[in-house]
Design a protein around this ligand. Structure first.
Ligand SMILES: [Zn+2]
Length: 212
């Protein structure tokens, strides 16, 4: 099914890129190299190979500042000395690049979310790093209806997690300041892999609505 299975396949893909879309956008790449990047949108998405923001939003080089991690989670602000790649990327986008929008985009059939649900229901979670990272989903899990079977709990948690990560995102002081002065807006979105439907979180009613 996938056309990329081997390193030779990667080389072949690179050659198509180099002779095709890179060549077409050559001036754009050169301009970006000389002038630096100036994206206005940061996207926080999942590592999942099926939910690629650049593909979903038809974005070219320099257009989206993308952070991907397992289950598109934002950890709470912290004063410790741990290595915090997600917080560093958000800080860079918000305080240095001064993006105008940060979008947290979740997706259907998220393995990271399902791992948390399985763990909460007593099943073993794949690994210690995954389990620890997915534990960020704890507060969101508390917010979904109790007693759901695992597939339904995962569905509910996929959206609840986006709402919770938005709260965490808005809690970073450098985010809160720019939201307060009206120069930054934070958003939630959800991509249905099978349907291609993108839902956007309505900040007024807290519900996800399909983008027409
Ligand atoms: Zn995922």
């Amino acid at each position: 099914m996938s056309s990329i299975r081997t390193i030779d396949d990667l080389y072949a893909g690179y050659r198509r890129f180099r002779a095709g879309s890179f060549l077409e956008a050559r001036d754009r790449y050169r301009h970006l190299a000389e002038q630096g990047q100036q994206p206005t949108v940061m996207m926080i998405a999942c590592c999942d190979s099926r939910a690629d923001p650049a593909m979903i939003f038809d974005a070219g080089p320099g257009e989206l500042f993308v952070l991907r991690n397992v289950a598109n989670l934002v950890p709470p602000p912290a004063d410790d000395n741990a290595f915090r790649s997600t917080s560093a990327a958000i800080e860079f986008a918000v305080s240095v690049l001064k993006v105008q929008h940060v979008v947290i985009m979740g997706h259907a059939q998220c393995g990271g979310v399902r791992a948390y649900v399985d763990g909460a229901m007593g099943e073993a979670v794949a690994g210690r790093y995954i389990a620890r990272w997915a534990s960020l989903l704890g507060p969101a899990y508390e917010s979904i209806p109790a007693g759901l079977a695992a597939p339904d709990a995962a569905k509910a948690l996929e959206r609840a997690a986006i709402r919770h990560s938005l709260q965490q995102l808005n809690a970073f002081p450098f985010v809160a300041r720019r939201v307060a002065d009206g120069t930054l807006t934070t958003h939630g979105a959800f991509f249905g892999i099978a349907t291609g439907v993108l839902e956007w979180l309505d900040s007024d009613n807290g519900e996800f609505q399909p983008v027409s």
